[in-house]
Design a protein around this ligand. Structure first.
Ligand SMILES: [Zn+2]
Ligand SMILES: [Zn+2]
Length: 271
């Protein structure tokens, strides 16, 4: 691979402004006049739908690792839910994640955890990312799909449409909680998988990197915190491999399997 290493770091101003704006607007939730129980409820449902169903089930276990198969229409619904998390488009997210696994915790890993907690949590994305030019090599299976291209190109306008729908439904409190607070929460919970689970917790398997199993990240991310298991068995649809390693996304995949919607489910040898 020919990507440059990060000896020289240049700020990615568009992403810095994007992230700062979302975080600052989310602070409006601190004003009691912007709170309602309905807004909190819609925020929680969208946290599950975008973080759990979209990012964890769709972007990660289904597409990044192809750990099971679903009908194309369902794949598109899951990818659309992931797009609503506004963590870049699906090609950027999935390509970047595949690069992370290939070069985990080495100089070529976009969020190499040896560079510290904050770098792996969010610092890496606030700098120009030399690995970004390599993404097309890692997304050959999806990059020509018009639906993926649509989500890649329009993930911000799609979020704006969702915001307008929420405003129409419940006013500013729905927008502040359902868009901005929920985006910040799902951002940081997802980023904990790159930072906390490469630093805190236990290692059950030799995975040749710093990945760890961390219970509290697993609870926040619908099972993604069993990250050492995942690095050891990347193809496995099930990440929580011991009985105490609760994995809500694996339970979801089991439901899809029982309904006949998930097929060819791949599992680590222990199962
Ligand atoms: Zn992964
Ligand atoms: Zn990792």
């Amino acid at each position: 691979m020919t990507v440059a290493t990060s000896d020289k770091l240049f700020p990615a101003w568009s992403i810095i402004i994007y992230m700062a704006t979302i975080h600052l607007v989310a602070l409006l939730a601190l004003f009691p006049s912007n709170f309602s129980w309905g807004a909190l409820g819609i925020s929680f449902v969208l946290y599950w739908l975008t973080g759990g169903i979209g990012i964890t089930l769709g972007f990660h276990r289904l597409v990044s690792h192809r750990s099971f198969e679903v009908p194309k229409w369902l794949e598109y619904i899951l990818v659309f839910c992931g797009t609503l998390a506004c963590q870049g488009g699906p090609l950027y997210w999935i390509g970047g994640h595949r690069i992370h696994h290939k070069y985990s915790d080495t100089e070529l890993d976009p969020h190499d955890s040896n560079k510290g907690f904050w770098w792996s949590h969010m610092g890496w994305m606030l700098c120009q990312n030399p690995a970004r030019t390599e993404i097309p090599r890692y997304t050959k299976d999806i990059q020509d799909d018009p639906f993926y291209q649509f989500c890649e190109k329009y993930f911000i306008p799609i979020q704006i449409v969702l915001g307008l729908l929420l405003y129409w439904w419940g006013g500013w409190s729905f927008v502040i909680w359902g868009i901005f607070v929920r985006l910040v929460v799902v951002f940081h919970f997802t980023w904990f998988v790159n930072s906390a689970t490469h630093k805190f917790g236990y290692q059950s398997y030799e995975s040749n990197d710093n990945s760890r199993n961390c219970w509290w990240v697993a609870l926040l991310t619908f099972g993604e915190g069993w990250h050492n298991n995942h690095h050891a068995y990347q193809y496995s649809a099930r990440h929580g491999l011991e009985w105490w390693e609760i994995d809500l996304t694996w339970m979801t995949i089991r439901v899809l399997q029982i309904l006949g919607l998930a097929k060819n489910v791949k599992l680590a040898p222990k199962q």
